[in-house]
Design a protein around this ligand. Structure first.
Ligand SMILES: Cc1ncc(COP(=O)(O)O)c(C=O)c1O
Length: 432
């Protein structure tokens, strides 16, 4: 018997699949596929020139050799690569060493869960912390879509604070007060303190201290996400987690930029104590691992082995291993700013109302324009001007639409020059 093919009413699917937040990225991907010759400032991808296939084999070998040196026999090595692994991961102790060596973050391996990218870390943290309908996630906006998108999947309410120096000062307490007065419960605040995605902003040291103090006062957790830390181009400021004396910070980690995104390996540091009614105590990490056991079971062992080997090879510090990449990203941001400067000399800039920020490093730069930078303009930009970028409004639905995110990481200087020239022509013609 042949049945009628099933058709599904889109309205019957989870509302997140119709949410503009999730649809926008599809639009961007479609545009990119339709105009392959356009120069694209859209993808926040690492530059591929530093990837070396042989490193994967070298790192795997180093990891296995270290396991063998610590007493593992052939059966253990086979199991470590081929078998299901511990849910919380098998390289937590190496990541703990890395955090101590590189970031002065001192946590036991038990406080770490190795995840399938930082993205899974976000999902686990949100699922575990947000229990009641009135729980609210505070984000600084514009905001990385990975976290707001994950919140959308889980039906978690999001409240946005404008990103300035930091989401503190008066704004955070005021927002928390407003939410509480409306019967809601701000539970955690998500921030990207170093050369953020999407804007390229870095939070100053006093702002970091103020945020921690505010979190304490307001009884909030902070979700700290900092995948571009090694590429700031300046002396790195301490992470919020390194400054955290009250276990207020859940630190979300990613090896996508410091190693490579294909490994899909990240982690979460969750050293908060969880107390049960009968007084039993556990770490938040253990609760996250329970959720992970129902999401991805464990992070692929092969990926963990390669990342683990890389950490061992570089004495647990990835900053030196990334020195050339960091110089490349810093140079690309400088090249983009220089190209913008040539296209828009100071008087022209002021007359048109065009400006851009100086992130100093990282992957992203914000360009402000005197007209809405929306999907329609993006389509025109790709088809008629041969240049693609991301509307900043993608990262702040309903917010300021007069800004553009330029991702500068993936391109070479010639492409940057040509891409900025194309973009400048569009801006000049639109601004008229
Ligand atoms: C701020 C931020 N967090 C997290 C991620 C994702 O990290 P992962 O690839 O480890 O999931 C990205 C990637 O673009 C990002 O920009």
């Amino acid at each position: 018997m042949t049945g009628m093919p099933a058709t599904l009413d889109r309205q019957s699917l989870h509302a997140s699949v119709r949410d503009p937040l999730l649809e926008t990225m599809n639009f961007l991907n479609e545009i990119t596929a339709r105009y392959p010759d356009a120069i694209s400032f859209a993808p926040g991808r690492p530059y591929e020139g530093f990837f070396d296939v042989e490193d994967v084999f070298t790192h795997l070998r180093i990891y296995l050799d270290q396991l063998a040196a610590t007493g593992a026999g052939p059966e253990d090595l086979r199991r470590a690569l081929f078998q299901y692994g511990p849910t919380a991961g098998q390289i937590g102790h190496l990541i703990a060493e890395h955090l101590a060596a590189e970031e002065d973050i001192r946590v036991p391996a038990e406080a770490i869960v190795v995840t399938v990218g930082c993205q899974e870390a976000m999902l686990l943290v949100l699922r575990t912390l947000f229990a009641r309908p009135e729980d609210v996630l505070v984000v600084s906006a514009p905001c990385y879509v990975g976290i707001t998108g994950a919140a959308r999947l889980l039906d978690i309410r999001v409240a946005a604070l404008p990103e300035s120096d930091a989401p503190v000062g008066d704004a955070l307490p005021r927002l928390v007060a407003t939410e509480r007065a409306a019967g809601r419960n701000p539970r955690a605040c998500y921030v990207v303190p170093d050369v953020s995605n999407p804007t390229g902003t870095t939070m100053s040291l006093p702002a970091r201290h103020r945020l921690l103090a505010a979190a304490e006062r307001l009884d909030l957790l902070i979700l700290e996400d900092s995948p571009y830390r090694l590429f700031t181009g300046q002396a790195r400021l301490p992470t919020l987690k390194a400054l955290d004396t009250g276990r207020r910070v859940v630190h979300l980690g990613s090896f996508a930029k410091s190693a490579f995104p294909g490994a899909r390996t990240g982690f979460v540091v969750a050293d908060q104590e969880v107390v049960d009614r009968d007084g039993t105590r556990s770490l938040l990490a253990a609760e996250l691992a329970k959720v992970k056991s129902m999401v991805t079971v464990n992070t692929p062992s092969l990926s963990q082995a390669v990342i683990g080997g890389m950490l061992i090879r570089h004495d647990y510090r990835l900053s030196e291993a990334n020195a050339a990449a960091a110089a490349h990203y810093v140079a690309n941001i400088a090249a983009t700013r220089a190209a913008l400067g040539r296209q828009f000399p100071p008087q022209v800039r002021d007359r048109l109302g065009v400006s851009w920020n100086d992130p100093g490093g990282g992957f992203f730069l914000t360009l402000r324009v005197p007209f809405p930078a929306d999907d329609a303009l993006l389509a025109t930009s790709a088809s008629e001007y041969g240049v693609i970028w991301t509307p900043m409004a993608y990262f702040q639905p309903g917010g300021d639409d007069h800004a553009i995110r330029l991702a500068c990481s993936y391109l070479d200087p010639k492409q940057i020059d040509e891409g900025v020239a194309r973009l400048a022509r569009l801006v000049r013609e639109r601004a008229r």
